[in-house]
Design a protein around this ligand. Structure first.
Ligand SMILES: O=C(O)CCC(=O)C(=O)O
Ligand SMILES: [Fe+2]
Length: 295
């Protein structure tokens, strides 16, 4: 029998959660999102999903389409589309405290890597077990933790409707050990909870064997500020939406600089030698919105 995934409440001591996360590679946190925010978030997403219903999804590589299968619905580029995501999740204190703890030693600041709604629809098969940090396959292991990841339950997650399956302790496995099905535990949890895991923890979306229960989750992860992100937040967040966000939100979306001067390094990501979020404030209109002739 695999170990269970440790369960906490969002009001619990963050240090205890981090200890459990370091040991198990995954934790479940109940009440990560309060009920009123959850309901408003779902109402907002219903509209976004309806508006995108006719969208024909094209993937950069067919292997990614295979990875998700044709029974998973996505809403990508959430920061630009969902004010609820920006207000309630992007800067969630527990995400930031967990990133401080696990990523803080390897960067001057971290950033959002990906934020996508993933609806696992009836009939969808279990995803292949994987480590999310494999997107940076060439990363030397000496760098340490490079990713804090999560799936937030927007409705109740059950084994039957495709709850995320996690292999507790697998973030510490060495070599090419790969989880057996019996080593995977379903992150069953009520709506508003999140399963938080490290980039090297084996996991995957579960099969949805129900006839009508669409499992709605949102996959949110953060990575070191000096790594390329899976979703290009700078290009997918419209500047007029960005300008209404807090500076911290803008930084987490990649509009800050990665400043390693304090450790004898340098700057990454400037625009006109400034942090992008500052440069965009002072840029003449012609620079921030190029005309069609100049493109
Ligand atoms: O939707 C889920 O439960 C997990 C999704 C996932 O692991 C991924 O897309 O990398
Ligand atoms: Fe994953």
């Amino acid at each position: 029998m695999p170990d269970a995934i440790p369960v906490f409440d969002a009001a619990d001591d963050a240090a205890a959660m981090h200890k459990a996360l370091a040991q198990s590679g995954a934790i479940i946190v109940h009440d990560f999102l309060a009920k009123t925010a959850l309901d408003a978030f779902n109402a907002e997403l219903d509209q976004i999903i309806a508006a995108e219903a006719a969208l024909e999804r094209r993937f950069a590589n067919p292997a990614i389409a295979e990875f998700f299968g044709d029974r998973v619905g996505h809403v990508a580029a959430l920061a630009g589309k969902s004010p609820m995501f920006v207000e309630h999740l992007l800067c969630h204190p527990l995400y930031l405290a967990t990133c401080d703890e696990f990523l803080g030693a390897s960067c001057s600041d971290y950033q959002l890597n990906i934020a996508q709604v993933m609806e696992r629809k009836p009939g969808c098969e279990a995803q292949i077990s994987h480590r999310d940090a494999w997107v940076w396959k060439r990363m030397p292991p000496t760098v340490g933790e490079i990713q804090v990841a999560s799936v937030l339950a927007l409705n109740d997650f059950s084994f039957d409707n495709g709850a995320t399956l996690v292999a507790p302790g697998s973030h510490l496995w060495e070599g090419d050990r790969y989880p057996e099905p019996a080593e995977m535990v379903a992150a069953e949890m009520p709506a508003g909870s999140a399963v938080i895991y490290l980039g090297n923890t084996f996991h995957g979306g579960g099969a949805n064997v129900t006839t009508a229960d669409i499992r709605r989750g949102i996959h949110v992860s953060y990575t070191l500020g000096w790594l390329r992100t899976e979703e290009n937040q700078c290009l997918s967040t419209p500047l007029e939406v960005l300008s209404g966000m807090s500076r911290r939100a803008q930084e987490l979306l990649g509009f800050g600089v990665h400043d390693d001067i304090a450790v004898g390094g340098g700057y990454l990501g400037t625009v006109e030698l400034e942090a992008p979020c500052d440069a965009l404030k002072t840029a003449p209109a012609s620079q921030s919105s190029p005309s069609s002739e100049s493109m």
